[in-house]
Each structure stands twice: as C-alpha cells, then as structure tokens.
Design a protein around this ligand. Sequence first.
Ligand SMILES: [Ca+2]
Length: 404
Amino acid sequence: MLWNSSVMRMSAALLFAACASGDNGGTTPVDSGGETNNPPTTPGTPGQVLADRSPTPASTRGVVRSEVVATGLVNPWAIEFLPDGRALVTERPGRLRIMAANGTLSSPVSGVPTVYAEGQGGLLDVAIDPAFAQNQRIYLSFAEPGSGGAGTAVARARLTETGLQDVQVIYRQEPKLNGGGHYGSRIVFARDGNLFVTQGDRMNWRDYAQQLNRGQGKIMRIAPDGSVPADNPFRSQSDARPEIWSYGHRNVQSAALHPTTGQLWTVEHGARGGDELNHPERGKNYGWPVITYGVDYSGARIGEGTAKDGLEQPVYYWDPVIAPSGMVFYTANAIPGWNGSVLIGSLTPGALVRLELTNGRVTKEERYLGELGERIRDVTVGPDGFVYVVTDSGTGRVLRIRPV
Ligand SMILES: [Ca+2]
C-alpha cells in the first residue's frame, strides 16, 4: 500500500485519536510520526503468508440505521437474547438486567458475584446455556477480586424469577494480579458443549502470555461444570495450566463460533496498530508479545517483529486499530447482503465493522454508524433478525440496527 504525505498525516491524526480512548491500555499516546502506517518491514519466514491488513474503510452511510431500544445503562458490556425473546444485559459496574422485548429494563438481578469494577474490570460477558429452556443456566465472566489483586473468572448460575440461584465459580484465572487492564473476556459455547473463555494479558504482564503456567494471555477451554476436557492440549503437561486452548494473546474481547465450520474466531486488541482477527486452534501460539503488527504507544518496537517460525499469523490486522469488542456471525436475512458476514463492535473510532470471509480470508470490510460517535461494546442478533448493539458510556444504550 502506498501512502502520500497527506494521507500519512490524516492517518496519524486518526491513529492519535483512536489510541486516546480505545481499550488498548490507557497510556497517553505519543504521536510517533505515523510510521506505524507503513506496511510491515520485518521479513517473514520464506514462504510464510503474512497477514492481510485492513484498508481502513470510512464509515458508510445509507445502508443501515439505528433506533434506540433501551437507555440508562452504565457501561453495558454484553447483550444476549434468551429463547423467550427477552435479553440479558450486563453493566460493567456489576449489574445484570433483563430487557423485555419492548426494551423495558428490569431492576438488577440479585446474586451476581462481587466484581472488581476498576479500569476495564467488572462484570463482563454473559452466555446462555444451549439447553437454557431445560436448565435455566447462564454463565458470567467478570474480574474477580482476591488475594494478589483480581483475575478473570467465570460463574454459572440458574436464572430464576427471584434472581440467580446455585451460583458457582467454575473458572479462575491464576495468578490474580493488580490493576484494571486487559481482562478480556468473552464466553463462547463450542459445538461439543465445552466453553471457550477469552482473556487478556493483564496489560503490565505481557510476557505471561507466553508462559503456560500462568492464566494471562490465554484462551481457555472448560466444560460447563468447570472441569477440564480430556483432550485439552496441555492437560498432561505438569507445568502448564490444563484449561489452556491457545496462547500468546493480548486482550480478546470479541469471540464467536463460525456457523459453517464450528471454529472459534476471535478479534483481539493489539497495541498501537496491532488489532488482530484470528481463529485460535488447539495448542497454538498466537505470538504476543514476541510477534505483533503493533508498536508501543511510545512508538517503541515490541518483540522481534511481525513473523516467526512456530508462531501463528493473524488472518487480518487493523492499523490504525478499531479497538474491537463484541462479535457475531450474521446468519439471518433481515439485513440484505449480510448473511455470512462477521460483525464486530469498534470502540474507537466507534463503528459496526462488517467483514466478508472467503475460504478463511477477509475479502471485504465495511463500517457503519460512525456518525453516531458511540463506542460499540457488544453486538448480537435478535430473534427478529436485526442486529443489536450496546454502547459503552455512562449513558449507555441498546440500539437496534436495521436496513435503511
Ligand atoms: Ca498474534
């Protein structure tokens, strides 16, 4: 990709703005002259296919519009629809609410575990058991306070008319660490009934992402009761956490199951210029912080470059970043032309990002709703086939996205 100087200046300005309010660490960015807008210069291993880079399309108007479904939410983090058409919405400070089909929000559901609501920590994702109609089970991920600081955790519970019952923490990231950064997290049910739990490196401990005896920077795979599946890759390795599915991740806040292949797909927050689309596979190393397309907010290089033998390349990366949170494969028909697309929330610059995939590669990216100026934290599809998002602010909303 060629860049003339005016594009460079514009992109550098956009990048500066993007870093200021993304979920990429909270460090005050330093304008380093736009060098991160150059294509990667570190040579890859001969024959290795380097990742495709987002062309950074402008937000497109005239395709979809948004309408307000619910207001008055404080930093809503996740939205999932129940089989009866109601939806569960989490608020990061530690509240779970039920949203009726008409958008009315319930008072907070009782029984939510105590959360560490600082920085990026708090109540995070919610997942609904595929057999919810029979067992009423839901799963919550959250930053759990405890000895040493806090860590990503997952609880399951039964959702009853009187609140959560039989609340049980089924996973705890170890060790717990101080600080409010990089908890992840999303919970995704695989077709085999196990749960993927995405996490982050806890920001100040990036090297832990490469250490198999630490929970940070890993995607975990657990059974719904918290036990470790027999075929997890490091289960028999004495110095490794048995829950690990894949490692070398920075901060994964977007995850979804591919509707055709059943593969896990994720998007993770990179450093400046290093957001990544991956489909994490069993036992593989996704590189952070040894390889990355991003640089530190100071402009300093991170790790060894963009490619290395034995480390996985992302499918696609964003430079400038999108600050990704929330992800769904759209398999409905209510929005023409979107069936089969990947939808991703962008916190910064703030948009709904749509990708088309062909044979595992991104063949098209479009963005929408940039004119709202909202941080989109999560995205899902309603029973009506329309897209629902939650916006991340102290006056957060649920928006319904439909064709113009
Ligand atoms: Ca990577």
